[in-house]
Each structure stands twice: as structure tokens, then as C-alpha cells.
Design a protein. Structure first.
Length: 149
């Protein structure tokens, strides 16, 4: 544990030299893992600088879930999320969903790389924005409250 703390201090020093402000808590950071039909779902939560709990799902794909004042809210949120995954895993289409979701996450990373490493013409952003709007419309048009799981 001491070695980890020393390395953490070294990394914090490097980040400070880069201009970062560091708020470091030595305490609560939890990983929560579930195995549903041999499928792993993993969450991470920690306390942020406002003494609130920050919850993320790490697996099967990373997504920020929310910020909560009480840890019980995290438990309730995870319970509801797990219930949704149990239903989704029975759909027979879960692998296809993960494939599409993975492509979207890769596209977001590629967009970031494009913007951060290259001078991008505004037309490209306009075209991409239009494509995203079309995707959002396609998703919205397939939402049918009568078919909710």
C-alpha cells in the first residue's frame, strides 16, 4: 500500500507541474461486479469533491450514470440497471446491441482524435452533426412505450 501511495504522490506532482489542481481522497472508491448468465457487468463509484457519490458503469461498456447524495441511491440505481440488463440479455439481440454501441464509442473517440490532432473544416462538423441528428431521430422513432421491457 505504501508503494501505491508513493507512486500516487509522484503522479500528482507530475500533474501539478502540468497545471492541474489535484483533489485527492484516500478512501472510498468501489468496484461492483455482477455475473449474469456468464456476462460481466461492472460499476465504479467514488466520492467527488462535493462529497457526492459519482457512479459509472464500466462493463459491458463505459457510461457515466450519475451523481448521488446518498449511497442508498447508488444501490437502487444499480438494482434497476441490473434488472434492465437481465431483460436485455434475454432479448436475443444483445450481442448486436453491443456491437453497435462499441462502434458508437469508437466513433466518439475517433471524433475526439480528429478534432484534437487535425485542423478540421467546419463543413465536416456540420456534416457529422447532421448525421448524429439523423441517428438520434432513428432511435427516437423506434421508441414505442407499448413495447417497453
Amino acid at each position: 500500500m505504501k508503494e501505491v501511495m508513493v507512486k500516487q504522490t509522484m503522479y500528482e506532482m507530475q500533474l501539478k507541474q502540468m497545471g492541474a489542481k489535484i483533489i485527492s481522497y484516500h478512501g472510498l472508491h468501489c468496484f461492483v461486479k455482477f455475473n449474469i448468465n456468464e456476462f460481466e457487468i461492472t460499476y465504479s463509484y467514488n466520492i467527488n469533491s462535493k462529497n457526492q457519490f459519482y457512479l459509472q458503469r464500466i462493463k459491458p461498456y463505459p457510461i457515466n450514470i450519475g451523481v448521488y447524495k446518498e449511497i442508498n441511491d447508488i444501490v437502487e440505481t444499480i438494482k434497476a440497471d441490473i434488472d434492465k440488463f437481465r431483460n436485455a440479455l434475454q432479448s436475443g439481440k444483445f450481442d448486436k446491441f453491443l456491437e453497435v454501441n462499441t462502434k458508437l464509442l469508437e466513433a466518439a473517440k475517433n471524433l475526439e482524435d480528429l478534432f484534437l490532432y487535425y485542423i478540421v473544416d467546419e463543413k465536416v462538423f456540420n456534416d457529422l452533426s447532421k448525421m448524429v441528428t439523423e441517428l438520434e431521430d432513428k432511435i427516437a422513432s423506434n421508441v414505442d412505450e407499448n413495447k417497453k421491457v
